[in-house]
Design a protein around this ligand. Structure first.
Ligand code: X2X
Length: 360
C-alpha cells in the first residue's frame, strides 16, 4: 500500500469509528438535555375535572414527544404546601416547571387575569369564548409573557356557583351573615362583603376540612369541583348564578420553554391544546346541551360518569336554584361598586377590550 492509500484507509476507518460513536452517543446525549421530570403544579386532586385534564396533558406530552418529555402532575398544590396563590410566582422563578392553573391563582402575579373574575360581567360560555379568542384574552397571555411565563393553552374550571348549608340564595339579602369560604383573592372578599356575607379566605386544602367541620356555611366553585368533592355531603343548596368564571391556563417557565427544540415545543403545545379542549368539555358537560358531551364522545371516546351535574346534585337531595334575569340583575346592581373599583385596578383599557370582545 502506498503512503497515500494508507493515509486514506486510516482516514476512512477513523471517520467510520467517529460516526459509530456518534450514533451510539448522540441520541442519549440529546435525551440528557431534558430533565428526568417536569413538575406540573395543579391545585386540585386527580379526580377533579381539572385534575383529569392535567393527567391528560401529561399523557399527551409523553405520547407526542415519544417519551422524551416526562411531565408529572403534583396535585393538591403539593409543591407549594397548599399555597395555591404562589403558583405563577414559582413557575416564573423556575422552581416549578409548569402549571395547569386557575386564573384566580395566577392573579397575584397577573392582575389582568382578574378580568374573568369581575362580578356579573361575563355570565355565558359564549362571552367567555369570545374573550379568550379576542383582545382581552390575548392581553392576559401578553401579561404572562412579560413576567417570564409562556402560556400554552386555555383550559377551564368553569362558572362558579354558590352552595351553602342554610338556605336557597335567590336575592342578595339571602347571603346576609353567611360565612362563605373564598379563595384568598381580594376581589372575592370585596364581592361577598358587598353582598352582606361574611367571607373568609382559605386555601383549597383547608377549605375541604372547613366544609367537613362546618366551620363555614358556604363556598363558591364550579361543578367540576362540586361534583368530585361531593358538596352534597355538606351543603343542601346550590345557586347557579354564573357570577364569574374561572378559566385555567396551561403554562410553562419561559426560559426553559425557549430552550426546547422547535419540534418539542410543537409537541407540548399540541398536547396543551388537546388536553384543554378535552378538559373544557368535561367542565361544560351537561351545561351546554349536547355540545360538550358530543365533543367528549366523538373526539376523545370518553363517557362522563356524571353527565348532568344539576340532576346529580338534585338526586343527592340538593335544592338547585337557577336565577331569572331580573334576579341576576339584583345581584349585578348590588355588586356594581365592586365592578367599578376593580375595573380601575385591572385597567379601564382591558375592561373595554373585554366589553368589545363580548359585543362581537
Ligand atoms: O380554591 C378554589 O376554590 C379552586 C379550587 O377553585 C381554585 O383553585 C381557584
Amino acid at each position: 500500500m502506498s503512503t497515500i492509500k494508507r493515509c486514506m484507509f486510516i482516514g476512512f476507518v477513523f471517520s467510520v469509528a467517529i460516526m459509530m460513536v456518534a450514533i451510539v452517543i448522540v441520541p442519549s446525549g440529546m435525551a440528557a438535555d431534558f430533565k428526568k421530570e417536569y413538575k406540573l403544579q395543579v391545585n386540585v386532586g386527580p379526580s377533579f375535572y381539572w385534575g383529569i385534564g392535567a393527567t391528560k396533558f401529561a399523557d399527551l406530552v409523553r405520547e407526542k414527544t415519544n417519551g422524551q418529555v416526562n411531565v408529572k402532575p403534583y396535585f393538591g398544590s403539593a409543591l407549594l404546601k397548599g399555597a395555591q396563590l404562589k403558583s405563577a410566582q414559582m413557575v416564573a422563578k423556575g422552581v416549578i416547571d409548569c402549571a395547569y392553573e386557575s386564573t384566580i391563582n395566577i392573579s397575584p402575579v397577573i392582575p389582568e387575569a382578574n378580568i374573568f373574575h369581575l362580578p356579573f360581567f361575563i355570565n355565558t360560555f359564549e362571552n367567555l369564548d369570545k374573550m379568550k379568542a379576542g383582545q382581552s384574552g390575548h392581553a392576559v397571555f401578553v401579561a404572562m409573557e412579560k413576567v417570564g411565563l409562556t402560556p400554552l393553552a386555555w383550559a377551564e374550571n368553569g362558572f362558579r356557583q354558590v352552595t351553602n348549608s342554610k338556605r336557597p340564595i335567590e336575592k342578595p339579602e339571602d347571603l346576609k351573615g353567611l360565612r362563605i369560604r373564598v379563595v384568598g383573592n381580594p376581589l372575592f372578599m370585596d364581592t361577598f362583603r358587598q353582598l352582606g356575607a361574611d367571607p373568609v379566605n382559605m386555601n383549597w386544602g383547608d377549605a375541604q376540612t372547613a366544609f367537613q367541620q362546618g366551620v363555614v356555611d358556604g363556598q363558591e366553585n364550579p361543578v367540576g369541583v362540586l361534583i368530585p368533592v361531593q358538596i352534597h355531603q355538606y351543603h343542601s343548596y346550590a345557586t347557579m348564578w354564573n357570577y364569574l368564571v374561572d378559566p385555567l391556563v396551561i403554562y410553562w417557565n419561559q426560559k426553559q420553554w425557549k430552550a426546547f427544540p422547535a419540534d418539542i415545543q410543537k409537541a407540548i403545545q399540541d398536547a396543551a391544546q388537546a388536553s384543554g379542549r378535552f378538559e373544557i368539555a368535561l367542565c361544560r358537560a351537561g351545561l351546554d346541551g349536547d355540545k360538550s358531551i358530543n365533543v367528549l364522545k366523538n373526539e376523545f371516546n370518553y363517557t362522563m360518569e356524571v353527565p348532568d351535574p344539576v340532576k346529580f346534585m338534585e338526586s343527592k337531595g340538593m335544592t338547585v336554584t337557577f336565577l331569572k334575569s331580573e334576579q341576576v340583575k339584583a345581584f349585578a346592581d348590588a355588586t356594581a361598586p365592586v365592578l367599578e373599583k376593580w375595573t380601575k385596578e385591572i385597567g379601564v383599557d382591558l375592561v373595554d377590550k373585554a366589553r368589545a370582545d363580548m359585543a362581537r
